[in-house]
Design a protein around this ligand. Structure first.
Ligand code: NAD
Length: 283
């Protein structure tokens, strides 16, 4: 039996259309046009592509955007000053600093400078704390996209055994809180987990956010489980997820491909967060 493929491109397009319609409604109802500010330090080609895609998505959603590009040798102090100024700027609703910054800059210091009301990546201690406490705030885009995909796939979360492999601040940890908030029974597995296959194969919902190509295979998947693969790994054989897709697809009930699964969701949720930040600031 082959699993149902969860089409992240299609779900992302739906979310982006929904956000575009809500942006129009917000403006027609007397609201201002939401504006996202992006900040990019240095000349990493992949980061340039990511930022350009974010601006294109803004345009399509009717969201305004401004971009600040700083040379690689920019000091941490200068970057923090810019991020703080954007936080005070009434014309800006969302701030996105493209990570990682060059090595001489501490990403935590930059994140700490983001006004939490404009933290559309959901990375500040304020938003992480709100999420951990089960209170409303801005939620990191990739984990929010994972929940959107699970809902789209019709996966029952209430009471389900959910196993997340990976505990990063960007993906794994926020997912623990999001899935707990949906009344799943959540296990966080990581690099020190003793018997990863035994833990994973209990899961009705298995989320891989590791960064190791094809770490999880058929032995890790419970028959009929929903498998969400967050991993994006560049290998000599092309882009691979953290799940061995060919093996897992034969066991799972539903599964995301790589590419075309979680990847397209991140940008859609960024649009949703920018609108949410604009609405909250307008109250
Ligand atoms: P990270 O390196 O910050 O965290 C990886 C986690 O995996 C750690 O918690 C570690 O304990 C765990 N881990 C490492 N090796 C392990 C092993 N052998 N067994 C079990 N657990 C292990 O990574 P991240 O930022 O969370 O990213 C994870 C993956 O998701 C990467 O491939 C990244 O490219 C991808 N990613 C994709 C998107 C997207 O938009 N789709 C967004 C963010 C990250």
């Amino acid at each position: 039996m082959s699993a149902k493929i969860i089409d992240g491109k299609a779900v992302s397009a739906e979310v982006r259309e929904r956000v575009a319609a809500e942006v129009s409604e917000f403006i027609e109802g007397g609201g201002h046009q939401p504006v996202l500010a992006t900040v990019l330090v240095g000349d990493d080609p992949a980061s340039h592509v990511y930022v350009a895609n974010k601006h294109k998505a803004c345009e399509a959603a009717g969201i305004g955007s401004v971009h600040h590009e700083l040379p690689a040798e920019t000091s941490q102090a200068d970057l923090v000053t810019l991020v703080e100024a954007l936080g005070d700027d009434d014309a800006i609703d969302g701030i996105l600093v493209q990570l990682p910054p060059p090595e001489h800059i501490d990403p935590d210091a930059v994140i700490a400078a983001i006004n939490p009301a404009k933290d559309v990546d959901g990375l500040t201690a304020t938003n992480a704390g709100l999420l951990a406490g089960g209170r409303p705030g801005l939620v990191p885009c990739t984990p929010a996209g994972v929940i959107e995909l699970l809902d789209h796939a019709g996966t029952e979360l209430e009471g389900a055994e959910a196993v997340i492999v990976g505990r990063s601040n960007l993906v794994g940890r926020p997912l623990i809180s999001l899935l707990l908030g949906r009344n799943a029974t959540v296990t966080a597995a990581h690099s020190r987990t003793r018997d990863l296959a035994a833990v994973c194969s209990r899961a009705d919902v298995l989320v891989a956010a590791v960064g190791v190509p094809e770490l999880l295979g058929a032995d890790h998947v419970k028959p009929g489980a929903t498998v969400i693969d967050v991993g994006i790994n560049r290998t000599d054989d092309g882009l691979k997820g953290d799940v061995d897709f060919e093996a897992a697809v034969e066991v799972a009930g539903a599964i995301t491909p790589v590419p075309g699964g979680v990847g397209p969701m991140t940008i859609a949720m960024l649009m949703a967060n920018t609108l949410a930040a604009a609405r909250a600031r307008a109250i």
